[in-house]
Ligand binder design. Structure first.
Ligand code: FE
Length: 509
């Protein structure tokens, strides 16, 4: 009997020693959007600079030193933001991320901004694992990027990390030209599949996912955070077995992690303004996370020393970009000026450049708000064009009925978002704050029942600035060509450009 008690007590003793609470720190970022350098973000602080990769790299190093059992996960959308990304097709960002100490990242929609083939070319340069398990070459079982998950070991725990892209977000936000030949498949189905593989081999499962949508809709009874991360809440409800979701795309940060169906959900407010820090306690006997706390650390430039290696890298890329930006495109006889409520010679330039993109175009329009900086007379550089039109918008050609064109110009006349600048083959008259009176195309009055090819930046054709009528286009073709590139090609036709005011827009009283 005594022997049996001994055995039992030894059993319990050893069982007790087996039970342990382990701590793990999950550092997280999402939607870095190429913000390599610190900047003023007035909604956070009016005078102190925020963010930047050199500060972020230092902060990550500090946190990793303080918390030896750590992982840094990024939830996608590293590309597209300041033009350092556009001009290097994302390479400057990937190469700089190589100095961040990332342990796993997933792919976001903006990684496709220069095409899926470029996405592959760039992410091959990453020295950190990038994960995706539900983007396939169309009609095949071949993953576009064949690395769906990985297993890391920290504090003796096996941690499985899965990378996915929300199917809805994929089709909602990526220019279809850029993803021709590839398809996103249901994230829930693939998540279940990878959980099944990882469950027997791991203690903790983390999902890095880029999904959902920016918080635009209102659902009664939910807070903003819950509303904006609703897709993640639902995913956790529908697919049990994920311990932690690090999510991106909504640009919705939350200090307090959400918990849905036992899954902890975290995200930051994007653009490298903060580093997320989730700390968990894992009970090895209960085989689950028993407590957690999360916070977002705002990156104040004046509080953090630059990381030397990162600083060298981002400065190198800034110099490279400056080389591209300095390239001379054309010489202009006059200053190019913007206007919001009347015809502008800069508006005429960009509208003409879009109109010249395809000869079938009857009329090209540009939203006045897209033009952000005047250009002096003399040599115009590529950098000048990018500063004038800094958005990575593409040339879209649509087919519309005359009555739809009228509806679009009525919105322009309403002046809620500035008027439309038009190409040289068009003219219109309007009552400011009211409606359009006449539209002429090739010197003929527009016919309500005829069909016209209308070209515009994709921002406008996607309903931006309230131009919703484009959504009812009879035909819709996104060329994928950047407006700035179209403008450059247009200007390179002649060595000298003469900006014009031609009375294209007539203001009526
Ligand atoms: Fe996104």
């Amino acid at each position: 009997m005594k022997k049996l008690i001994n055995i039992i007590s030894i059993f319990f003793l050893s069982f007790q020693t087996l039970s342990e609470v382990k701590e793990l720190t999950i550092l997280h970022t999402n939607d870095l959007h190429a913000h390599l350098f610190p900047r003023i973000a007035p909604w956070i602080n009016e005078s102190r600079k925020i963010g930047g990769f050199a500060n972020l790299a230092t902060l990550v190093k500090q946190e990793k030193q303080l918390n030896p059992n750590n992982i840094l996960i990024d939830a996608g959308d590293y590309f597209s933001g300041p033009y350092i990304s556009t001009l290097t097709k994302g390479e400057a960002v990937i190469q700089s991320m190589n100095f961040l100490g990332i342990d796993a990242a997933c792919i976001g929609n903006h990684e496709f901004d220069h095409g899926w083939d470029n996405m592959l070319e760039q992410i091959k340069k990453a020295n950190f694992p990038i994960l995706n398990g539900n983007l396939f070459f169309e009609g095949t079982d071949q993953l576009v990027w064949d690395n769906p998950y990985l297993i890391l070991e920290r504090a003796g725990l096996k941690i499985g990390i899965i990378g996915l892209h929300g199917k809805f977000a994929f089709y909602d936000t990526i220019n279809f030209k850029m993803t021709e030949g590839i398809e996103a498949r249901d994230e829930e189905e693939y998540l279940r599949k990878y959980i099944e593989i990882l469950k027997p081999k791991t203690d903790i499962i983390i999902l890095a996912v880029h999904q959902g949508m920016p918080g635009r809709q209102s659902t009664i009874g939910l807070t903003d955070v819950e509303r904006n991360l609703y897709k993640d809440i639902l995913l956790a409800q529908n697919v049990p077995g994920v311990d932690i979701i690090v999510t991106g795309h909504a640009h919705q940060g939350t200090d307090k992690a959400l918990v849905s169906n036992g899954t902890i959900i975290v995200s930051t407010n994007a653009n490298a303004t903060e580093l997320g820090k989730l700390q968990i306690k894992y009970d090895t006997e209960k085989r689950r996370i028993v407590s957690h706390s999360n916070k977002l650390i705002t990156i104040f430039d004046d509080e953090i020393e630059d990381d030397g290696d990162m600083l060298r890298e981002i400065n190198y890329w800034q110099d490279e970009v400056d080389q591209i930006a300095k390239v001379s495109v054309v010489s202009s006889t006059q200053k190019l000026v913007r206007a919001y409520g009347e015809e502008s010679n800069m508006g005429n330039l960009f509208a003409d450049a879009i109109e010249a993109f395809d000869e079938k175009i009857d009329i090209a329009v540009v939203n006045s708000g897209a033009l952000r900086q005047d250009i002096s007379a003399g040599i115009i550089t590529k950098g000048d064009l990018i500063s004038a039109f800094p958005f990575p918008n593409t040339v879209v050609i649509t087919k519309l009925k005359g009555s739809q064109v009228v509806s679009i110009f009525n919105h322009a006349a309403g002046m809620t978002n500035g008027i439309l600048q038009v190409s040289k083959n068009a003219k219109y008259s309007f009552y400011p704050g009211g409606s359009v009176k006449n539209i002429w195309i090739n010197d003929e009055l527009l016919n309500d029942n005829e069909e016209y090819w209308v070209a515009a930046p994709n921002f406008v054709t996607q309903g931006g600035d309230g131009y919703l009528e484009f959504k009812n286009s009879i035909e819709y073709f996104d060329s994928g060509v950047l407006i700035v590139d179209a403008a450059e090609e247009f200007l390179r036709r002649d060595p000298v450009y003469e900006p014009q005011y031609e009375g294209r827009v007539k203001i009526l009283k």
